[in-house]
Ligand binder design. Structure first.
Ligand code: G6P
Length: 462
């Protein structure tokens, strides 16, 4: 069987907390030969160009270092100040400094060179996310004829937003060098197909050839979590410890929970405004409800992230000033990360979760919240229509996160929802979360990418 090579910007050793993706891909690498390749997280003025192999907790990881300038242009610059906002349809927050493209390209070339030196001809390569769109081109320029797949964890943009990205023609040409492209949701494949069918023929990559996706297969592979592992974790000693701490503070108040990286795509100020409206419109709920927002800081050297953090501070302060009393606080807001067991405990304890991003690839908090519920007394998921998860979870209370009145009303419904309806909805959600678990997701993608795999009726050859 061919080896599997996973490539991503962040390698598992550098994850703030072991996420579902890392756990699932680690399982794949436990059963198949292979390794994980990526950036070490280290900056050096004169980095070695060869990958360093390390075995971290039984996983083979190959890493390279980057220079500070390359890191800045590739990660903070092109990836997170141009691609991330554009793909999330936030052109107002994009910082179009087209020179960052050179650093982005250069780092992808460095990845390709270091990887090529250790790649075998029959290895299957699986590249993850927007940091590494050019990797297949760069590998192929060095002679790689391997099967190479790409998975986009974030939404695919509309054609207009794509056109705002410098060098979008080259990037689309880069995507056409993959054998298989996986996306989170139907909506993403629809946006991609619109581009591939109508715009690609008149879009030119670096080589004055029109972009041609005829050799690339594109398919929806919605990522998931391990819901049953979350169920077990939610009653583990670490989870129970967190639950006991919270129960002491909460007393009779019902908990409403939000858990998100502190990112403008997550709609945090709008969410706090919706909570404010809930309290304003339903005086009976005051003192009986408490909103906890967990928001670990993210990419905080980028100005737009600092501004989001400030906006959230201001919103939370406003709600505190308006509704808090000497002996009651409407909300708690923590800017730090918690381990998965603590989060699982919080998910289980909460009566409702607010998962209301303005736009999101999938959103795994939704999946993990569902997994962690107590089947006898489950909480309610209030979910943005603009998260990929909305395609998986039609039994959540779906909201338009830009409409804070609608979100406030959905939260009121969640808090007033009778037990039998909560159970019915949760049963359907849990079934969907199990059906879309992350282990099957990884195996399905790799199955389609395997040499000799043939197209299914749901896949799309363009
Ligand atoms: C999103 C992206 C991932 C990224 C993660 C954390 O989920 O799709 O590729 O790793 O955010 O962001 P960071 O910039 O800290 O890696």
């Amino acid at each position: 069987m061919s080896r599997i090579v996973i490539v991503s910007n962040r390698t598992p050793g550098r994850e703030p907390a072991a996420g579902g993706l890392a756990v699932a891909l680690r399982k794949v690498l436990d059963e198949r030969e292979g390794f994980w390749f990526g950036w070490s997280g280290k900056l050096s003025e004169d980095p070695a160009r060869e990958a360093r192999f390390e075995n971290i907790d039984g996983l083979d990881i190959a890493q390279i270092d980057l220079t500070r300038d390359d890191y800045h242009a590739y990660y903070s610059g092109f990836s997170n100040s141009i691609l991330w906002p554009s793909f999330h349809l936030r052109l107002d927050l994009a910082n179009i400094e087209s020179h960052w493209y050179e650093g982005y390209r250069r780092v992808n070339q460095q990845f390709a060179k270091a990887l090529m030196a250790v790649l075998r001809p029959d290895d299957v390569v699986w590249v993850h996310d927007y940091h590494l769109i050019p990797l297949a081109t760069e590998l192929r320029n060095l002679g790689a004829r391997n099967r190479i797949g790409f998975y986009l964890h974030i939404p695919f943009p509309t054609t207009d937003a794509l056109y705002a990205i410098p060098h979008h023609g080259e990037l689309m040409h880069d995507l056409s060098r993959y054998d298989l492209i996986g996306m989170q949701a139907q909506r993403d494949v629809a946006a991609f197909t619109e581009f591939a069918e109508h715009q690609a023929p008149s879009t030119f990559g670096a080589h004055t050839q029109p972009v041609d996706f005829s050799r690339t297969e594109i398919e929806v592979f919605p990522i998931g979590s391990e819901p049953d592992a979350f169920a077990r974790m939610s009653t583990s000693p670490a989870a129970t410890k967190m639950v006991k701490r919270m129960e002491r503070v909460l007393g009779n108040q019902r908990l409403v929970l939000g858990v998100d990286r502190l990112d403008y795509s997550k709609g945090l100020p709008q969410r706090v405004e919706a909570y404010e409206k809930l309290l304003a419109n339903n005086a009976r709920l005051r003192r009986g409800v408490h909103f906890l927002q967990v928001a670990p800081p993210s990419r905080d050297t980028i100005k737009q992230y600092q501004e989001t953090s400030d906006a959230l501070d201001a919103m939370c302060g406003r709600v505190m000033g308006r509704f808090a009393e000497p002996d009651w606080q409407p909300l708690t807001y923590v800017k730090r990360a918690y381990g998965q067991p603590s989060l699982a405990g919080l998910y289980r304890l909460s009566r409702a979760a607010l998962v209301t991003p303005l736009r999101d690839g999938m959103n795994l908090v939704a999946h993990e919240f569902v997994g962690a519920q107590n089947p006898d007394d489950p909480g309610v998921l209030v979910l943005s229509r603009f998260a990929g998860a909305a395609e998986i979870f039609p039994d959540a209370l779906l909201v338009n996160p830009f409409d804070t009145d609608e979100t406030a009303e959905a939260l009121r419904m969640a808090l007033d929802m009778p037990l039998n309806e909560r159970r019915q909805r949760w049963t359907a959600l849990m079934e969907a979360a199990r059906h879309h678990n992350v282990n099957d997701w990884a195996l399905r993608f790799l199955d389609r990418l395997a040499p000799g795999a043939t197209a299914t009726s749901s896949s799309r050859d363009i």
